[in-house]
Ligand binder design. Structure first.
Ligand code: FES
Ligand SMILES: [Fe+2]
Length: 451
């Protein structure tokens, strides 16, 4: 029988220098590999490893809590939970966004749950201590019974909060680096897309029977398109898709409206039908059985140009939103960012979608959050997003996401087989390798003492 492996050795750097060298890579260099990145399967199934993540990663990494639309007005609040941690995000009467650890300073009861609006104070239900939305102690019933309580000693513990890309980010670490630095090159690279103009329409949450990393790994590579999304092959170049890896962020740039080189000369009809089936809604074609004949492509244009123009026309006619400033490239190339630890952000000029994975109460459970946005004209009023809990199997997330979800439990169960000890990653899966490189960094810099 094999020797038990200590937690410390399981957390040892995986392939050390190779992973360290990953940062600053482009796909050209990471594909030239002499051997796979090998990641221990235990990282996805071991309760001790999940506990280590719970202490070393989640209280120290920037995370997307909600959209700006969830907390746009004074008195709006949103409770963000990750494992045992709970953070309250509150818009104060002064218009400032603040975040607090969700614990009453009397005996620790959670102060507030869920999300909503119209809050005028944070009042604990247990014995009714209350705080202002700015975190100042306001009232202690029967205060004299405690002796002296100095209000300045009882301010709610603040959590770092910032916004970027119409998203609210929080970090429980008092020494956290600024969000701007954490996000590496992403804000500058995608500044052209004016992400602040999007408005959130819905936050969908569903529980999944897999590790949070199994889920987010599926949004960190497109090597699996040929496997579980073969319908996409006539409309996406899944091979010539440059990637970059910075510190916390990795990025894919993937052309849509062109066929995969894995196919041999797909017909114009096949390319058109595939685009309509996968994302016809962007052009107002939601029924793939009625795609019709492929559009004419004028001389000097490409199918991408024609698709981009249809997307512009649909947006202007139906949504009243002009996309004229966006080029074919900006409308027809997917930018997919992966932000450590658990967020992926998908951007086309007309589209923003965020998917995140939060750990569940055991290593093979997690929550998938999908944050859905619609582009609006600059300066549009904040929206009121729907918050929806979807039961397992109830979620119809569209062709491609449904296929991802359908495979996910199989991807997790195989990890438990005793003969499967390591995942082997190619350079094409460098954003998954970067997740593990960052896990190593966070685990190595955590001293193991709760503070
Ligand atoms: S625990 Fe909140 S008032 Fe007692
Ligand atoms: Fe997928």
């Amino acid at each position: 029988m094999a020797e038990p492996v200590s937690l410390r050795s399981r957390m040892a750097p995986l392939v050390g220098e190779a992973l360290e060298a990953l940062q600053g890579s482009t796909i050209e260099s990471v594909t030239e590999r002499s051997e796979p990145f090998r990641v221990p399967a235990s990282r996805y199934i071991d309760p001790d490893f999940a506990d280590a993540e719970m202490q070393a990663v989640w209280p120290r990494a920037w995370q997307v809590a909600c959209s700006v639309d969830h907390v746009a007005r004074p008195g709006d609040f949103f409770e963000y939970t990750v494992g045992r941690l709970s953070v309250l995000i509150v818009r104060g009467q002064d218009g400032e966004l603040r975040a607090f650890q969700n614990a009453c300073l009397h005996r620790g009861n959670e102060l507030c749950n869920g999300s909503g609006s119209g809050l005028t104070e944070l009042r604990c239900r247990f014995h009714r201590w209350s705080w202002t939305l700015e975190g100042q102690l306001r009232e202690v019933p029967s205060r004299r019974g405690f002796g002296v309580i100095r209000s300045e000693d009882y301010e709610l513990p603040a959590v770092a909060v910032d916004t970027w890309g119409r998203l609210v980010w929080v970090n429980l670490d008092a020494d956290a680096m600024p969000l701007d630095d954490y996000l590496d090159e992403m804000p500058a690279e995608v500044a052209w897309a004016d992400l602040d103009d999007f408005r959130c329409t819905a936050l969908l949450t569903t529980e999944m029977q897999c590790n949070w990393k199994t889920l987010i790994d599926g949004f960190s590579e497109t090597y699996h398109v040929q496997g579980i999304h073969p319908e996409m092959l006539p409309m996406v170049d899944d091979v010539n898709s440059p990637q970059a890896v910075w510190q916390h962020v990795g990025r894919l740039r993937q052309p849509y409206g062109v066929p995969s080189p894995r196919l041999r000369d797909p017909s114009a009809q096949l390319q058109w039908d595939a685009f309509v089936a996968v994302m016809g809604g962007r052009m107002g074609l939601s029924d793939p059985t009625e795609s019709g004949a492929p559009p004419d492509v004028p001389d000097g244009s490409t199918l991408r140009d024609v698709l981009a123009e249809r997307i512009r026309r649909h947006s202007a006619a139906v949504k009243g939103v002009s996309l004229d400033r966006f080029s074919t490239e900006q409308l027809m190339t997917l930018l997919q960012y992966n932000v450590f630890p658990n967020v992926t952000i998908l951007v086309f000029g007309d589209l923003l979608q965020v998917v995140k994975a939060r750990p569940g109460d055991r290593p093979d459970r997690c929550y998938m959050d999908i944050v859905v946005f619609e582009r609006a004209e600059p300066g549009a009023r904040a929206s009121t997003p729907a918050t929806v809990q979807l039961a397992k199997g109830e979620a119809d997330l569209g062709l491609v996401l449904n296929q991802d979800v359908d495979n996910i439990e199989k991807a997790q169960r195989g990890l438990y087989q005793p003969g499967f000890t390591h995942l082997s990653l190619s350079g094409e899966e460098c954003r998954i390798a970067n997740l593990h490189r960052n896990l190593d960094r966070y685990l190595a810099s955590w001293d193991g003492t709760a503070d």
